[in-house]
Design a protein around this ligand. Structure first.
Ligand SMILES: [Zn+2]
Length: 205
């Protein structure tokens, strides 16, 4: 769930780059832990959120590494990124559909606890990025908005976990997994549209 990855990274200060890199690594760690737990307890919503962590990792890494690249290279990288984001987003939706077939509810307490853990990671990312939010940079503002939205997604997963404690059903997990998966698909589309919209002829410099 990241807005505006295709941003002029060249305007980022080295302090801002460090912050974005730390955020990238936090997202990678979140992805690995969450994907492991999702597989262990069979949760569609955690799997979708792990896909989101992966997507945010890729976007933040692109932001840091694309610094100084030519516009054409950055645009190409954005197309590749949009394609890469599609893979976890589609597999998250596939996982939700698979859960509809197997219909086994995830372990509710682990699901809720993992949602809280993921929320803490995303809150830290949002706080880190908030320091850059007023720098007048579209990138950092977009990244901050994305981290904030991810906290909201974690609240949805927590709600699914709590509901599952009282209503032993696979549906809360499946529904939240589908919601997060569809939002991630839209993010891939946004990256693609942005890359396409960035016409070199429209660029000022
Ligand atoms: Zn996200």
């Amino acid at each position: 769930m990241s807005d505006s990855p295709e941003i002029s990274a060249s305007t980022l200060s080295s302090r801002a780059r460090t912050i974005v890199l730390v955020v990238a690594l936090l997202n990678l760690a979140g992805c690995l832990v969450e994907a492991g737990i999702a597989a262990a307890i069979g949760s569609a919503s955690l799997f979708a959120d792990a896909a989101d962590f992966l997507e945010d990792f890729l976007i933040n890494i692109l932001v840091v590494t694309a610094l100084g690249w030519s516009l054409a290279s950055r645009r190409k990288a954005s197309y590749v990124l949009a394609g890469l984001i599609l893979i976890p987003a589609c597999s998250a939706i596939g996982m939700a559909i698979w859960k509809m077939v197997t219909h086994e509810p995830p372990e509710a307490l682990t699901l809720s606890a993992t949602a809280v853990g993921a929320m803490i990671i995303n809150l830290v990312c949002a706080l880190l990025l908030a320091q850059l939010r007023n720098a007048g940079n579209a990138l950092t503002r977009g990244a901050w908005l994305a981290a904030r939205n991810d906290v909201a997604a974690n609240l949805l997963i927590l709600a699914a976990g709590v509901v599952t404690m009282f209503w032993f059903s696979a549906w809360p997990d499946i529904v939240v997994g589908l919601v997060i998966g569809v939002i991630n698909l839209r993010a891939a589309n946004e990256v693609f549209e942005q890359a396409r919209a960035e016409d070199p002829e429209l660029e000022e410099d």
